[in-house]
Design a protein around this ligand. Structure first.
Ligand code: GLN
Length: 551
């Protein structure tokens, strides 16, 4: 833009949760980027936890880790994957974080003896948070408000974004409201009433939406759009139909087709002619997704398998790798605790590859160790992530290095062979917030190792979120048993990557590479895992896959 004036788009949701507000916001972000605009995104969550780091994945799904070690909402994963920008701690704030900071200021005496109140102190804190994002040299800040309009705890956020438009000027803010237009089978009709109610609710809190995005399982007819336009007091073009898509990466194209980005530019007084859209890269991706048909079965051996959102980035990373290979990755969830039973019935044989993802706590760990062993003994490609690497270490220690009782200190406080342990500086784990190794760390890779060839580099950086490490005391014994520590921290102390020579792909990393995969740039480790699994699925000798040559 000629003169820099940051624009803000606020996304609210109505009627029901889980309508895909994060994906819709991310898709808009992608469209604006395709117009050459600089975009950042933020999620404001009305719950009281300071961050989702302490929440059970069953409650909240995956904790997405940013480069700077922020433990954030899983929607940030969608944001990063869609807008292809690294976000940061400030890209997610909760009621808990906002209140903590207001309370800290109150204790410091910053409020000069005033009564500290939701309005103006909490709302100001929220607005300041948003302003800071606007001062980072971007053209557009997209802010998603978590929860649903009508919730009690969302009120301070709605009030803050209402005031925000007054503060920065009408043309610099747009409000997008996402609702549900259900189809009622008995009457064969789509219903607008829930949308009307939800918009009425929003208006009673002082916000007139500029755009209403209607989620539905079928297109919204012109007649229905006219009705919503009339009753919710928005122009026809402001009613956007967002039908369920075959895959999430189609959503930007669906929304562009409906004119969402063009209309919003108009509202924000950004000249669309100065920012013509170039969708070619994204269209190429969508074509790649459609062409991904070679079947490959990957088992995820996890603990939270009843809520697949707990492993959202792992699933997306596998899909991205599939797009690259033209493969349709069929994901099969395996409850870790059931692995020993499954093994008795040969139950892992039908997989072409396995992932053992991260996790905390003892439940299912023996099953994961058994899966790692099965993969090792049967040349089954396996990628271990964080806890996944730790169980692979335990498996090598027990099966190849003669340490029968080897374990992680996390699960066996008194084992004689704590092959995975806390490092000296990490002994206090009483405070569950922020005591982990979090965020990006570099690793040095062993030249010509499988991982170095996969990355095409010998210095890499990955995001971390864990307390325990491979115990340096046992490293030599593990290496003598055949394990290759193919990546270590720059000071050589911490093991970051492991592999087994002679195995098609038995690779573990202490990090969480799943947070860095992008739909059109699959992460090298997932790419190689899926490549090796495909070789197996299609009956080629998996030993012969030429790692590094793919792509
Ligand atoms: N529980 C393990 C640790 O704290 C692994 C954590 C994880 O997988 N993210 O080190």
């Amino acid at each position: 833009m000629s003169e820099r004036q940051t624009k803000y788009v606020f996304f609210t949701g109505g009627v029901a949760s889980s309508l895909g507000k994060g994906l819709t916001a991310s898709s808009l972000g992608r469209l604006l980027k395709c117009r050459g605009l600089k975009v950042t995104m933020c999620k404001l969550d009305p719950y009281i936890n300071v961050d989702p780091g302490t929440m059970n994945p069953f409650e909240h799904g995956e904790v997405f880790v940013t480069e700077d070690g922020g433990e954030t909402d899983l929607d940030l994963g969608h944001y990063e994957r869609f807008i292809d920008e690294n976000l940061h701690k400030g890209s997610n704030a909760t009621t808990g974080r906002i209140y903590s900071s207001v309370i800290a200021k109150e204790r410091r005496g910053d409020y000069l003896g005033k009564t500290v109140q939701v309005i103006p102190h909490i709302t100001d804190e929220i607005k300041n948070h948003i302003h800071k994002l606007g001062q980072t040299g971007v053209d557009v800040v997209i802010v998603e408000i978590g929860g649903t309009v009508g919730d009690i705890e969302i009120l301070p956020f709605i009030e803050a974004i209402r005031q925000f438009r007054r503060d920065v000027g009408r043309a610099n803010v747009a409000y997008v409201h996402l609702t549900l237009v259900p189809y009622l089978r008995p009457s064969g009709e789509q219903k607008t009433k829930p949308t009307q109610h939800s918009v009425t609710d929003l208006r009673s809190q002082g916000i007139q939406p500029d755009v209403i995005v209607c989620r539905s399982d079928r297109m919204i007819s012109e007649d229905l759009k006219r009705k919503i336009s009339l009753l919710c007091d928005v122009p026809m073009q402001a009613v956007v139909s967002c039908v369920d898509a075959d895959n999430i990466y189609q959503i930007p194209l669906v929304l562009h087709e409906e004119g969402l980005d063009t209309y919003l530019l108009d509202i924000l007084e950004i000249n669309a002619n100065d920012h013509p859209i170039d969708l070619s890269r994204w269209e190429h991706l969508v074509a790649q997704v459609a062409a991904a048909v070679r079947p490959v079965r990957i088992g995820i051996i996890g603990k939270y398998v009843d809520l697949p959102d707990a492993y959202l980035s792992v699933v997306e990373s596998l899909r991205h790798a599939g797009f690259h290979h033209g493969a349709k990755v069929e994901i099969e969830w395996v409850q870790a605790a059931t692995v020993p039973d499954l093994l008795e019935r040969d139950g892992l044989r039908s997989f072409d590859g396995l992932v053992i993802p991260g996790g905390f706590g003892e439940r299912g760990v023996e099953g994961k160790i058994a899966a790692a062993r099965f993969a090792r003994e049967h040349d089954l490609p396996l990628l271990g992530l964080c806890l996944g690497l730790q169980v692979m270490i335990i498996e090598v220690a027990r099966s190849l290095a003669g340490m029968d009782d080897a374990n992680s200190r996390e699960f066996a406080a008194t084992t004689r062979h704590p092959v995975v342990d806390l490092m000296d500086e990490q002994v206090d784990v009483s405070d569950k917030g922020g005591t982990m190794r979090l965020g990006s760390y570099d690793a040095r890779l062993l030249p010509d190792s499988q991982v170095a060839r996969a990355y095409g580099d010998v210095v890499v950086s990955e995001r971390h979120r864990h307390r325990y490490e491979v115990n340096p005391r046992f490293r030599e014994r593990l290496e003598e048993a055949g394990l290759v520590c193919s990546g270590v921290s720059p000071d050589g102390r911490l093991v970051e990557f492991i592999e087994l020579p002679g195995h098609p792909f038995w690779v573990g990393t202490q990090a969480h590479p799943e947070f860095k995969s992008r739909p059109d740039q699959p992460h090298p480790l997932f790419r190689e895992l899926v490549g090796a699994a495909l070789s197996r699925a299609e009956g080629r000798d998996p030993h012969l896959i030429d790692i590094g040559a793919v792509g």
